[in-house]
Ligand binder design. Structure first.
Ligand code: ATP
Ligand code: MG
Length: 728
């Protein structure tokens, strides 16, 4: 066997890992050092050189996108399709397993996955039905509690309340929530993992089957596995499975979701024969970018410590832009993206990274105005949009009438005169008789519900039955189309005024094309195409956007950028309080996690890196002033080039047309800024207060006043004719 193609493009340390004997192995290395590359080559090596069947491999990646890429790379290396290769995310693999073994997992065959939005709605309804609205915690707290327990592998009966009343209540809510889910065959994301673990734990025959099959387990981003994922891997590995894990302790960014970097330290204890390989050469970034990343992460105290170097070029300096507000920041970014395209680069090679999803809206508006195509990963993804979820809920009912979450969503959508009281009566009956809402509605619609409510319920139920019957012989796209047409959703949204309704209808039509383009091969065996599609919608929400058919800029949070790389990266909103996040400012371990996130962000960049921050920002409807992020200050000055806003004394900053309708004080006053000869965002110097930036102005002539945010003295209103400001 000629082994060169697989080892050719690797350095010595990488080769050692790829060609290692069949023993547990851990690769610990910094960003961009080729961990994912090693994992992919290892898979190819095992199949091609060691003669191991692709069937015996299980590979876990961090995103569906990474999984698709891994499959693709392996197929390329092997020069053949590898369809029976199990590669996916923890959630995707758990789902696959549960579809195959729904009976042993004690699930109905047509179980459905609910996302965190559905989960929260379900909890809100539970709160209502138990009259908990004034309790000391909110549905969101309960959601957090439940998921945290599940991530640790705990069921309500395993949790000790320690005599604490609040805790006792939380546990009992977890119990009630789980009963509702079990009744409707609904699985939240954490439940997928927990069930898959219990499936193996409680069914030795099933476990043995998979232990015998999967001899080699390959795990990427190992530092971010949580307790249940790690337990799952250990069960599968048993005594003889070979675990090959790659990770970077400096990129552990999911502690808040139960991830435990400690698994890296436990690895050698749990697998005593394991060896460790370190990779130190970075192949991704220019040395300027790499040095910046190294300098930032060096401020963390709890680290394993690594030495990362590159023999790449210095490259361009890191450019830091101080915007005066979030719209100025967005305009600056648009400008850089224009330059990038004009230089002949592909837009897909450029990424805008932010700390919080809410930041994307302003960026999206600016990009839309500038007609720059873009794609948002995460955030409001296609499958998470209201109208799409409505249509999916009908489809879910067609597949499984006992799906309470779907029932509640569309029982009165479009409006058909079914009020909250009627729904509550159905819910109460379901609770008292331990049956689904669909059954409850059927049982009581004839007698217990009075008048209009009862009639409408019967009408709703026969509508669903009719749609189910009529769509039975249709193919998937036909089914989706039929549901959209017959459910009344189209007319419902047509009545919605303006562009919004139109967009919703377009989105519904897009759902039919999504169904048409759905690849039934990715549905699990024994699963209907419709259920396959619904599972896909829940699991891969938005990631489907990855197959960009159009050349477009990529927008995502720093969290979802993990593992990816882009020639141009723009990190925005680098302000203390936003990034690092407010919650972490007074908490050492929280701050270190934010710093690791910053390290992840910086190391996504290959050639060019921009960091932007705004002196004033409106987010969640509130204005705030912030200092630039301490992380910028941690980058050695010689690697940075500061870009100041251009000074244009007399031209007003005109708000872009799409923004004009917003009642935004700053933009409304922009006109008067020009009248009095200043510019918002302009830098000024005051004899006493020092340097600052003009944020606001009002009045005319001798009464004109400006608000200046001074670097050391804070924000002040000054009468322009007395203040003697120097324009800089
Ligand atoms: P991260 O920690 O961000 O996930 P990583 O360690 O997984 O990074 P990879 O994504 O595997 O790193 O590799 C980073 C880049 O370096 C990729 O573009 C990869 O193709 C390239 N690369 C890795 N090893 C080599 C090598 N030996 N020769 C040339 N290029 C390499
Ligand atoms: Mg990687």
């Amino acid at each position: 066997m000629d082994v060169t193609p697989i080892l050719d493009s690797l350095n010595d340390a990488q080769r050692t890992a790829v060609a290692a004997p069949s023993e547990p192995l851990l690769v610990i290395a910094g960003a961009g050092s080729g961990k994912t590359r090693v994992l992919t080559h290892r898979a190819a090596w095992l199949i091609d050189v060691e003669g191991i069947s692709p069937q015996s491999l299980l590979a876990v990646t961090f995103t569906n996108k990474a999984a698709a890429e891994m499959r693709h790379r392996i197929e390329n290396l092997l020069n053949m399709p590898a369809s029976n290769l199990w590669v996916g995310t923890f959630h995707g693999l758990a789902h696959r397993l549960l579809r195959r073994h729904w009976r042993e997992a004690k699930l109905p065959q047509s179980f459905q996955i609910i996302d965190s939005d559905d989960q929260l709605r379900l909890l809100k309804r539970l709160f209502k039905s138990l009259n908990l609205d004034d309790s000391s915690f909110a549905p969101r707290d309960v959601q957090y509690f439940i998921n945290a327990q599940k991530d640790e592998g705990l069921r309500p009966q395993h949790i000790d309340d320690g005599g604490d009343e609040t805790r006792r209540q939380l546990i009992s809510l977890y119990q009630s929530y789980q009963e509702i889910c079990d009744r409707g065959g609904l699985l939240d994301f954490a439940e997928l993992l927990l069930r898959a673990h219990e499936l193996w734990r409680d069914n030795p025959a099933v476990l043995e089957h998979y232990q015998a099959r999967f001899r080699h387990l390959l795990v990427d981003e190992f530092q971010d596995t949580n307790a249940i994922q790690y337990a799952w891997l250990r069960l599968l590995a048993g005594k003889t499975g070979v675990l090959f894990a790659v990770g970077d302790d400096d990129q552990s960014i999911y502690r808040w979701r139960g991830a435990r970097v400690e698994h890296i330290y436990r690895f050698q204890k749990d697998f005593p024969t394991a060896s460790i390989v370190k990779l130190e050469q970075n192949y991704r970034s220019t040395s300027t970018i790499l040095n910046a990343a190294n300098a930032v992460i060096a401020n963390n105290s709890s680290r394993m410590g690594k030495n990362l170097w590159t023999d790449g070029k210095d490259g361009e300096p890191i450019r830091v832009y101080s915007a005066f507000n979030e719209r100025d920041e967005a305009e600056f970014i648009v400008g850089r993206l224009r330059d990038w395209s004009e230089q002949g680069h592909a837009r897909t090679d450029a990424a805008i990274l932010y700390r919080s999803n809410a930041q994307s809206r302003v960026l999206e508006e600016a990009l839309m105005n500038a007609r720059i195509p873009y794609r948002v990963y995460g955030g409001l993804r296609f499958f998470e949009r209201q109208e799409i979820k409505d249509a999916l809920a009908y489809l879910r009912l067609v597949s499984n009438r006992d799906d309470d979450s779907a029932f509640e969503r569309v029982v009165n959508r479009p409006t058909r005169g079914i009020g909250a009281r009627t729904v509550e009566a159905i819910r109460a009956y379901g609770r008292d008789n331990s049956c689904s809402m669909w059954r409850a509605a059927g049982a009581i619609s004839s007698d217990a519900l009075a008048g209009r409510g009862a009639k409408s319920i019967v009408a709703f139920m026969s509508l669903v039955e009719r749609i189910a019957r009529e769509s039975e012989p249709l193919d998937l796209a036909g089914k989706v189309d039929h549901v959209i047409q017959q459910s009344g959703l189209i007319e419902f949204f047509r009545k919605e005024k303006g562009e919004k309704g139109e967009t919703r209808i377009e989105n519904l039509e897009e759902l039919v094309s999504a169904a048409r383009g759905f690849n039934p091969d990715i549905a699990e065996e024994g699963m209907s195409e419709l259920d396959g599609f619904l599972a896909h919608a829940a699991l891969e929400a938005g990631e489907g956007q990855a197959d960009a058919w159009e050349d477009c800029v990529q927008l995502m949070t720093m969290h979802s950028a993990k593992g990816l790389e882009f020639p141009l990266v723009i990190m925005c909103g680098l302000e203390d309080g936003l990034f690092p996040h407010q919650r972490s400012l007074n908490d050492m371990s929280g701050l270190e996690e934010e710093r690791r996130l910053c390290y992840v962000g910086i190391t996504r960049a290959r050639q060019l890196l921009y960091l932007t921050h705004a002196e004033q920002r409106r987010l969640h409807g509130m204005d705030s002033y912030a200092q630039k992020s301490r992380f910028i200050g941690e980058i050695p000055a010689e690697l940075v080039e500061e870009i100041r806003p251009k000074v244009q004394v007399s031209r007003p900053v005109s708000p872009s047309p799409a923004l004009r309708h917003k009642s935004d004080r700053t933009s409304l006053r922009a006109g008067s800024a020009a009248d009095i000869g200043v510019r918002l965002g302009q830098r000024v110097r005051h004899a006493k207060f020092g340097d600052g930036v003009i944020l606001n102005c009002e009045g005319h002539g001798a009464h004109a006043r400006v608000e200046v945010n001074f670097e050391s003295a804070g924000s002040k209103w000054l009468v322009l004719s007395y203040a003697n400001l120097d324009l800089m």
